[in-house]
Design a protein around this ligand. Structure first.
Ligand code: SAM
Length: 279
């Protein structure tokens, strides 16, 4: 019951009514509808996590993906990471997200990038995945875990769909010291925010029989990234209107400012990890 209420509230947070239309309009600033877009062109819009496409590429390399890899992107948002992974490693990616509006936008953007033969999306809940055991060689979970209350169930489900020897990439915010200042990009208040400390996260992952091959505190890297990103000159020129603000609306700027503050003040930390699935 708690699960259902929390999941409904998270779905409301990412309700994306008319999003595909908004994106279509925003994209007219960079290319006509018939023109194929690149993954890099879309990166300011579709990588819904700290450090954007650079973080996705880094973690995908650390996971050792190959053209034969079958990848699941869990909580895929509007599909930027899934397209980036498929394009860079020439592999197939399935994206699953709670938000039907995000899945519709992800599918539209993938058509615009001519990647629909390798990247597909479906609406679904990370806690109840519609896949057979051992379906995937890698599972990505970028900036999603903090929206999921039942962390043991989440990690058990990831483990179930991952093949033996597969890799689990998780990139998320973790609790530091002091109260989190809301709103932040994943939650308007604490009711949809289920953060753990780095140590609690590790214990939950190990309980699900995951072993880290990479375990890294990226908080300072993110603080440095914010300094250069937020201190940039006002955008101008083609594509300058492309940002996550199109996806999350006017409040996104305040959410991002709070996120930066939370990390700077050590209320939150940033954790990157790649793990193997134990037997
Ligand atoms: C901050 S966004 C990150 C999107 C994407 N991973 C990225 O990095 O671009 C969080 C996403 O997780 C999704 N999400 C949250 N809880 C979920 C759940 N239980 N099952 C599937 N998706 C979920 C949200 O709908 C949202 O798209």
């Amino acid at each position: 019951m708690i699960d259902i209420i929390a999941t409904t509230k998270v779905r409301e947070h990412y309700a994306a009514t008319g999003l595909t239309g908004l994106i279509r309009t925003a994209l007219t600033t960079i290319a006509p509808e018939a023109e194929t877009l690149t993954v890099t062109q879309l990166a300011p819009l579709d990588q819904f996590h700290l450090r954007g496409i650079v973080a996705t590429e880094e973690l995908a390399r650390a996971a050792g993906l190959e053209p034969s890899s079958r990848v699941l992107d869990l909580g895929c948002g509007i599909g930027g990471p899934a397209r980036c992974i498929a394009d860079t490693f020439n592999c197939t990616v399935t994206g699953v997200d709670l938000s039907p509006g995000f899945v519709e936008a992800a599918t539209y953007l993938t058509t615009r990038c001519a990647l629909s033969d390798r990247v597909t999306f479906q609406t679904g809940d990370a806690l109840h995945l519609p896949f057979e055991d051992g379906t995937f060689d890698a599972v990505f979970l970028q900036h999603v875990a903090m929206n999921i209350e039942d962390r043991p169930a989440l990690y058990a489900e990831v483990r179930r769909v991952l093949a033996r020897g597969g890799r689990f990439v998780t990139y998320d915010l973790v609790l530091g010291d002091g109260d989190v200042v809301y709103p932040v990009p994943w939650a308007r208040d604490a009711s949809t925010s289920f953060l753990l400390t780095a140590n609690e996260t590790r214990a939950a992952l190990e309980h699900a029989a995951f072993q880290p091959v990479l375990w890294r505190d990226d908080s300072q890297t993110v603080i440095d990234w914010f300094k250069t990103t937020l201190a940039g000159s006002p955008p101008s020129g083609p594509g300058s209107g492309l940002s996550l603000g199109v996806v999350m609306g006017a409040e996104f700027q305040a959410m991002t400012a709070n996120l930066a503050r939370n990390i700077r003040e050590n209320r939150l930390g940033v954790l990157s990890a790649v793990l193997t699935r134990g037997i």
